[in-house]
Each structure stands twice: as C-alpha cells, then as structure tokens.
Design a binder for this molecule. Structure first.
Ligand SMILES: [Zn+2]
Length: 143
C-alpha cells in the first residue's frame, strides 16, 4: 500500500499549477476533436430531450412571449395551416407520402415556401420535420 504523503502548501500549489498547465496543453492539442465531440453530442436526440426537460419552463415562456409579440405572424400561419387542412379534407390538395427534400418516406408537414400571404396559402412543399425546420431556418422564420 502506498503511504500517504503530507504535502506542504508550496507543493500543493505547484501540483495545481502543473495540472492546470497539463489540462491546457491537452485541450490545445485536441481542441478540434473535443469541439467536434461536443458538436456531435449537442445534435443528438438525447441532448435535445434533456435540454427541453431542464429548460421547459423558460422555453415555453419564450414561445408564448414570441406569440404575444408577433400576433399577425401567428394569425397568418394558423390561417394558412387551416387552409391546408381544409383543402386536404375537400380533396383539393393531397398530402405526399414522402419528403420532397430528402425523399424519406415518413410523416410530412406542409411547408409554406412562399410565405403565409392569402394568395400563397396552398403553395406548399411537403417536408419531413427535420427538413422543414432547416427550410424555415434558411428562410428566416424563427420560432
Ligand atoms: Zn426530409
């Protein structure tokens, strides 16, 4: 068994300094790999779920605030969404069975790529949830 050594304050300080420098050097050497790992982790579903769980209250409040501050935007969006639902019920519009962007066969959403103006309410592109989010972000509709 290793005998426990009692360190002098100077030795402790020296060790701390050594460890700090070692950490810094390791980080500098592996910076890209560390950052890449962090990016990967942040894109995972588990991370998103955990983030939502931890920040639920704040995120919901943020969403409500955005709704309060942009009533005309949400009104236009809700109206456009209702128009699409009605057009599908009436048989004027047909929901695609796959995403028009990535081609995956899955549940798709109507993307109003021309905006929510009255004349463009039925101008939709059928996109999966993730392609829809990307398209909205590109066009600058932040939620
Ligand atoms: Zn897609």
């Amino acid at each position: 068994m290793k005998k426990k050594r009692v360190l002098t304050p100077e030795q402790i300080e020296h060790r701390r300094k050594y460890n700090r420098e070692r950490q810094r050097r390791l980080y500098a050497e592996n910076r890209e790999a560390i950052l890449e790992k962090r990016r990967e982790r942040k894109q995972s579903k588990e991370y998103a779920r955990e983030y939502w769980r931890k920040n639920r209250k704040r995120l919901l409040e943020k969403r409500r605030k955005h709704r309060r501050e942009h009533p005309e935007y949400y009104h236009a969006r809700d109206t456009a969404m209702a128009a699409v639902t009605k057009a599908i019920t009436d048989g004027k519009l047909k929901r695609s069975s796959k995403c028009e962007e990535c081609g995956r066969k899955m549940c798709v959403e109507a993307h109003h790529y021309k905006g929510y103006a009255k004349e463009h309410r039925l101008d939709v592109q059928w996109l999966c949830k993730s392609c829809h989010r990307i398209a909205d972000a590109k066009e600058g509709y932040s939620k």
